[in-house]
Design a protein around this ligand. Structure first.
Ligand code: PLP
Length: 463
């Protein structure tokens, strides 16, 4: 093991045999390892009293990187690692509750299936949106009731349908007649959500190219469901992952209401609306405001309709900070021989946790964590230099492929060299879940778990 002193864990899901009744019990050996060993303020109760979240994260980063000497360490000791702040997950949950108090979140597991993150969400009482047997098993293994899971994949595998039938995971989505016939064969008692098409043209990752029933097909689908004796209980939609147009929510809610009325003509009294995911942290209040108004107009509280959602990135993104080591540097002299720029190569890239650049259209922003032996986390010197000042860098991943470039051009006032560290915030969504082992680089990285929200520590059993 690389670091004997920090609370670390591997990406691979862990078993928590002590887990019961939706409470999380961390393995004793993990308890407080981080705060008790590293609390330089002397709070031996393990609480980060009086520290801001950034201070807690900065301290965890410092402890880790200052213990690594790239001149003498074993292979892999300088590997990329994450700091996961479960306090941030807790704060995002409060933000959700404040803005969408009527909507129960079912976290979209595909976004980041980190076990401790799921434990936190389970303790907060969220449901889970799963799309495969593995995701469903992972959530069931935590002791979560099958009713807190929605199998939100409109095109399911036959054998997985038989699997969920055996486990009693009843809620699932559909959007086409073939799927209805499949469900009629393998799980006729399922509780079905008709997923409708939305206008997702303003979203980062369009989903309606692949999924969703158009409004001129819903009548036929409802008629077929009735004929097959199936149980349609609601409507779902997804405005696209990384949505940017709040009106997409308004229109989708209006369309869903129309389908609720249409379903009634087929004898289905739908009871739940699922407003999907797509919420980004930056625009959340604005999006949620539009959604809340639309829900109040079309599905007011007195209608008795249950409201659920499937947020993924909203909960995961900001909780994870990634630290990467500079493993190589190439100096580029300009023609005048004066303004050298550098190509820096770090130990994570597009085939690793930066797969989000390819798959999720993200633009991770490099900051300087440690350079020339100085910790710069969360200081002005960590930030990119403005307006053509400073030294120019391009940032590359460790593989041999030319597309493995993280940043084409960025400037820092600091000179970066081999052994220095960079960090990237907001790296919790669609990052490690789609990382590969291309070229023999690991996709399993240590995660240092912290909780900057003292009140939330008990939820994790970190008392
Ligand atoms: C990916 C996905 C989500 C989560 O989307 P986010 O943009 O991360 O909120 C929710 N529901 C379904 C069906 C999805 O495919």
């Amino acid at each position: 093991m690389v670091m004997p002193t920090v609370l670390t864990d591997r990406i691979a899901p862990l078993d928590f045999p002590e887990y019961a009744n939706n409470h999380v019990f961390m393995k004793k050996s993990l308890n407080n390892a981080f705060f008790n060993r590293h609390d330089h303020h002397g709070h031996h109760d393990g609480q980060a009293v009086g520290q801001s979240p950034k201070q807690v994260i900065g301290e965890a980063l410092r402890q880790r990187v200052e213990n690594i000497d790239h001149e003498s360490c074993d292979p892999g000791e300088e590997d990329t690692f994450y700091i996961a702040d479960l306090g941030e997950v807790y704060r995002q949950h409060l933000r959700w509750k404040r803005n969408l108090p009527r909507v129960k979140p079912f976290y979209a597991v595909k976004c980041n299936a980190d076990q401790t993150l799921l434990n936190m969400l389970s303790a907060l009482g969220t449901g889970f949106d799963c799309a495969s047997k593995t995701e469903i098993e992972q959530v069931l293994r935590m002791g979560v009731e099958p009713s807190r899971i929605i199998y939100a994949q409109p095109c399911k595998t036959n054998s997985y349908l038989r699997f969920v039938a055996s486990k009693g995971v009843r809620q699932m989505t559909f959007d086409n007649p073939d799927e209805l016939r499949k469900i009629a064969r393998f799980y006729p008692d399922a509780e079905l959500y008709l997923r409708i098409l939305t206008d997702d043209s303003s979203s980062l990752c369009r989903l309606s190219l692949k999924f969703g029933a158009s409004l001129d097909s819903t009548d036929g689908l409802l008629a077929l469901a009735r004929e097959l004796g199936l149980n349609v209980v609601g409507v779902s939609f997804h405005v696209g992952s990384g949505a940017s147009d709040p009106q997409a929510f308004h229109k989708a809610v209006r369309d869903a209401h129309w389908v609720f009325q249409q379903a009634a003509t087929h004898g289905f009294h739908l009871k739940t609306l699922d407003v999907g995911g797509g919420f980004c942290s930056d625009s959340f209040e604005e999006m949620a405001g539009v959604l809340r108004n639309a829900l109040d107009d079309y599905f007011p509280a007195h209608s008795g309709i249950n409201l659920i959602a499937e947020p993924g990135r909203f909960y995961a993104s900001s909780a994870f900070t990634l630290a990467c080591n500079v493993i190589a540097r190439r100096t580029i002299e300009d023609a005048s021989g004066r303004d050298a720029s550098y190509m820096v190569y770090i130990n994570d890239g597009l085939y690793g946790n930066f797969s989000c650049i390819m798959f999720d259209h993200q633009n991770p922003e490099a900051k300087v964590l440690r350079a020339g032996g100085r910790m710069l986390y969360n200081t002005p010197a960590a930030e990119a230099a403005a307006g053509g000042s400073g030294i120019e860098y391009s940032i590359w991943g460790p593989t041999c492929d030319g597309i493995d470039r993280i940043t084409e051009s960025i400037r820092f006032h600091t000179e970066l060299d081999v052994g220095d560290w960079l960090y990237f915030e907001n790296m919790g969504a669609y990052t490690k879940c789609s990382a590969t082992t291309f070229n023999g680089f690991s996709n399993e990285h240590d995660v240092v778990y912290i909780c900057s929200e003292p009140g939330a520590r008990a939820l994790l059993g970190w008392l």
